[in-house]
Design a protein around this ligand. Structure first.
Ligand SMILES: Cc1cc2nc3c(=O)[nH]c(=O)nc-3n(C[C@H](O)[C@H](O)[C@H](O)COP(=O)(O)O)c2cc1C
Length: 150
């Protein structure tokens, strides 16, 4: 398998709880069927997502996600080949958090700095942050929205 990952950030557009439910359910169903793994954070009106899987599959998915009117300012932070999956078995885990929680967890103090991340040396900041979550103990074993099992 030609494994790749994509990390991006975006800004939600007039989003409701029902929209978030719809996104999470669609992601869970589609990603499970297509062996796409990763995580999605909703941070006070902004999204941070990691998707990983077969290159063609995630490029197609990303193309679809990019045209979704429920968000804008979609900024690719990282997109490249990976040797192994960081989020094996996570057919999209999801959690809504506040900017304050995000800053505390990520060590990325000014939230807007995340939006200035572009592919390049800084992409490691985002990936290393995302990778912390793949350890069940971070932030705690029961932290994620429990609609999806690991
Ligand atoms: C921030 C965000 C993240 C999303 N992540 C996924 C995802 O991981 N997998 C997925 O299938 N759809 C995801 N979606 C939803 C897709 O954009 C799309 O609405 C969904 O796949 C249904 O597409 P369809 O109606 O063309 O089948 C996401 C949407 C948003 C706004």
């Amino acid at each position: 398998m030609d494994l790749h990952h994509i990390i991006y950030v975006s800004k939600a557009v007039h989003i409701t709880t029902a929209d978030l439910d719809d996104i999470v359910n669609a992601a869970h169903n589609f990603n499970t069927k297509n062996n796409i793994t990763g995580m999605l954070l909703y941070i006070d009106g902004k999204f941070f997502q990691v998707i990983e899987g077969n290159k063609e599959d995630i490029n197609n998915l990303y193309a679809k996600i990019r045209t979704d009117p429920r968000h804008k300012n979609i900024t690719t932070v990282s997109a490249h080949p990976i040797k192994f999956r960081t989020f094996k078995g996570w057919n999209m885990r999801y959690k809504a958090i506040t900017e304050k929680e995000f800053s505390e967890l990520s060590g990325i103090n000014v939230f807007t700095s995340l939006f200035s991340l572009k592919p390049g040396p800084k992409e490691n900041v985002a990936f290393n942050f995302a990778r912390k979550f793949s350890r069940k103990s971070f932030p705690s074993p029961t932290w994620w929205d429990d609609r999806m099992s690991a």
